[in-house]
Design a protein around this ligand. Structure first.
Ligand code: IMP
Length: 189
């Protein structure tokens, strides 16, 4: 084994194919504001927060801890067919809720709204189960690409039409562990 191999970096977080967009500090500051707004708006309603796996898991874990009211959490997993950077619009529930939601105030926690196809399907699906209300908290809004109208009640940041990774968001299951959000410069690199 040559000693030169010790100098080869294995850092994922400083990968040159990533262009930082929002730092960990910027994300935390925005989430604290969102959490305070959610707590103020829901008050004593005991909302059920539905986290959309996998992308929203890191955002949700931070957001939850800044919402200082009584609440519950559940998880769903949705798969949308398409390439690794573009969704096709065909949506399927891969993991469903374990509890009925009739009469509950639902807050869906999502990482990013892109075309809006996934969320418009999911919001309609939850309404149809008899929820008292269904609202949406999304960390990122890629508004330029919207094909289906989706109302985002609590939004972290609006972003340009770029493919972003980190803080839960992936490219082919990679980069979810970045503590910040970055533009992926070359998906083929
Ligand atoms: P939509 O149905 O087009 O709104 O797509 C929503 C889903 O596509 C998100 O929940 C993400 O999983 C994925 N997605 C869309 N844009 C990006 C991105 O820039 N980075 C990572 N995932 C993305």
């Amino acid at each position: 084994m040559s000693t030169s191999s010790a100098s080869i970096t294995t850092s994922e977080f400083t990968n040159p194919n990533l262009e930082p967009l929002f730092s960990a500090e910027q994300i935390q500051a925005r989430i604290a504001q969102m959490g305070a707004e959610i707590a103020r708006d829901y008050g004593a309603k005991n909302p059920l927060l539905i986290v959309v796996l996998k992308g929203a898991c890191i955002f949700a874990s931070d957001l939850l801890r800044s919402v200082d009211i009584k609440l519950g959490i559940e998880f769903m997993a949705i798969s949308s067919y398409g390439s690794s950077t573009r969704t096709s619009g065909e949506v399927r529930i891969v993991k469903d809720l374990d509890v009925p939601i009739e009469g509950r105030d639902i807050l869906v926690i999502e990482d990013i709204v892109d075309t809006g196809l996934t969320l418009s399907y999911l919001m309609a699906n939850l309404h149809a189960r008899g929820a008292a209300s269904v609202q949406l908290a999304a960390l990122l809004d890629k508004h330029e690409r919207r094909q289906r109208e989706v109302s985002i009640d609590y939004l972290g940041f609006t972003i340009p039409d770029e493919f972003v990774v980190g803080y839960g968001l992936d490219f082919a299951e990679r980069y979810r562990n970045l503590p910040y959000i970055a533009i992926l410069k070359d998906p083929n690199a």
